[in-house]
Design a protein around this ligand. Structure first.
Ligand code: G4P
Length: 526
């Protein structure tokens, strides 16, 4: 196969959903279809349930699961599908945002009973920002959910996207009969168990076909005919380019746990979802077809064994071909590195690979060289864009509880924040360290890991902060004046970029009004 063919057959995506909508179940069914796993229950949910937030064993267990499910690859109909896992717990939302920087499209799962939920909203905002193509899967049709038209209206209104159904449900909950494939004009009848196979699909010549009445009964047949009429009247036919531009989302209906409606989804997905896309860098666009290799690190996982400090850094390949044992340029560190054991993941199987193509994600064993967002190239000095840090939601001062272990604490904090568990800021006036996170759970994780992996003890003390905002100004002098004026509210992030520590929305507004030449950014890339 040529390099271009290898690129064209890759589909790298993430499944996003509000917890419990059915992301893990759908992932598993897709892997079953791809033959990557043989039985249901093989993919563990990486959810950390609220009730177990202080159970460290649980956190460790989840970290283990989360390494093994970071990327799940399988072959389907000549396509190579790479599913990147996103954490289920909202406290790890930033991990999810970063993972979304490494995919080319997403499938969004919505529970038909609950409709659009808070996490769905947040995740979709990120997709919209990046213009990521989205396919919607409306799940749990075997439950008494909302009317399909109402759901689509809700999705369009709440998520501010346009949708186009490609399958349509017949009945719902107890009376759920199956789905009608609007493109193929075929009927897929629901058997109420998970053994649904291709044989259950019946192709109609026409929706008026009397066979339809025979199979689902007159009432449902009439209802379906009316619905299809309405769909054709209300929704334009799917324009694939608009989907690829992130302007319209095809919608499928089904029931993941019953393995129902998944094949339609997968068949359409491999056909229309984008192959690896070009990416923006500090030196212009990099195309997957470019000869020279490049890629970036979007996720880092510490080794679960505290005796081994090495970590796995996940690299998304963006151009060229990655080869084992070849030297590559680590742009930030200006170092040449080579990797003797790059790892690919096929469902739960790990294997050392000799080469990987754009769209692939591989694991690199790392002794502390990498930070999230790092770029590897074949010699050039550009950096990939689009992997920003976001302003944390929660902030705490770090207090060292064991002065004999200052170095260990420092190293632990540096490395854990390199992994992206949290963000580290250093105050301008007194050098105090502040840790910022998206959720409270991370403080527990950090405290626990500092103790178990670095033998350091720290407490996290309350600090009243609303947001940390990156600041910039066209004229350097304006920035200096501002930083002088508000020096007790200035800190530096790990890249030494200045941030303004705003104690409240009101104080932020005051600063904005008094210093109109200063720009305040909610993310580190602007
Ligand atoms: P998540 O990863 O998005 O958090 O969701 P997950 O797949 O873990 O699914 C959440 C719950 O919803 C699971 O039940 C799962 O079995 C159920 N589920 C998934 N798809 C469907 C569906 O199509 N219909 C129905 N009725 N339920 C579905 P659970 O009780 O939390 O776990 P389990 O004990 O069943 O594994």
């Amino acid at each position: 196969m040529t390099r271009t063919e290898e690129i064209k057959r890759r589909r790298t995506f993430a499944i996003i959903a509000h917890p419990d909508a059915g992301k893990t179940t759908l992932t598993e069914k897709l892997l079953l279809f791809g033959g990557a796993i043989q039985s249901a229950g093989a993919v563990k949910s990486n959810k950390i349930k609220k009730s177990t937030t202080s159970d460290f064993m649980e956190i460790e267990k989840q970290r283990g699961i989360s390494v093994s499910t970071s990327v799940m690859a399988f072959d389907y109909k000549n396509y190579k599908v790479n599913i990147l896992d996103t954490p289920g717990h909202e406290d790890f939302a930033e991990d999810t945002y970063r993972t979304l920087s490494a995919v080319d499209s997403v499938i969004m799962v919505i529970d038909c009973v609950k409709g659009v939920e808070p996490q769905t909203r947040k995740l979709l905002e990120v997709c919209r920002m990046r213009k990521t193509p989205v396919i919607v899967f409306i799940n749990k049709l075997d439950r008494e959910g909302q009317n399909a038209f109402d759901l689509l209206d809700e999705i369009e209104k709440e998520l501010k996207i346009k949708v186009r159904p490609l399958t349509w449900p017949i009945g719902i909950g107890k009376s759920f009969k199956g789905v009608y494939n609007l493109t193929e004009k075929s009927l897929n009848l629901f058997q109420g168990d998970s053994k649904t196979t291709v044989e259950d699909i019946y192709t109609l010549n026409d929706i008026q076909d009397k066979e339809l009445d025979k199979r689902i009964g007159n009432d449902f047949a009439e209802q379906l005919r009316n619905d299809v009429d309405l769909i054709d009247g209300v929704y334009d036919t799917l324009n694939v380019q608009k989907y690829l531009d992130g302007e319209i989302s095809p919608v499928f209906f089904g029931s993941a746990v019953n393995n129902f409606g998944i094949k339609e989804l997968l068949d359409c997905f491999v056909e229309i979802a984008p192959s690896p896309k070009e990416r923006d860098t500090t030196e212009g666009i990099v195309k997957p077809e470019d000869e020279k290799f490049s890629g970036f690190i979007f996720k880092i996982h510490a080794n679960l064994d505290p005796k081994h400090r090495d970590r796995i850094a996940f690299l998304r390949i963006c151009s060229g071909v990655f080869e084992r044992n070849k030297y590559y340029h680590h742009v930030r560190d200006k170092k040449e590195l080579r990797f003797s054991n790059p790892t690919a993941f096929m469902a739960q199987q790990k294997s050392v690979i000799d080469e990987a193509f754009p769209g692939d994600v591989i694991g690199l064993y790392d002794a502390g060289n990498f930070k999230i967002g790092d770029t590897l190239t074949e010699g050039k000095n550009f950096q990939f864009k689009g992997i920003p840090s976001f302003s944390p939601e929660l902030f705490r001062y770090v207090t060292n509880l064991d002065p004999m272990k200052t170095k260990q604490l420092q190293k632990g904090l540096e490395q854990l924040t390199d992994e992206g568990v949290a963000q580290l800021f250093t105050k301008k006036v007194d050098g105090r360290k502040i840790v910022g996170t998206v959720g409270a759970l991370q403080f527990e994780v950090i405290q626990h890991r500092l103790k178990s992996e670095y033998n350091a003890s720290a407490s996290f003390d309350q600090i009243n902060l609303y947001k940390a905002l990156w600041i910039s100004a066209n004229d350097k002098k304006d920035l200096e004046v501002f930083m002088q004026d508000r020096s007790s509210h200035i800190a530096y992030d790990k890249e030494n970029k200045p941030v303004f520590l705003a104690e409240s929305a009101w104080l932020l507004q005051m600063a904005q009004e008094k210093f109109p030449k200063i720009e305040f950014h909610l993310k580190s890339e602007f």
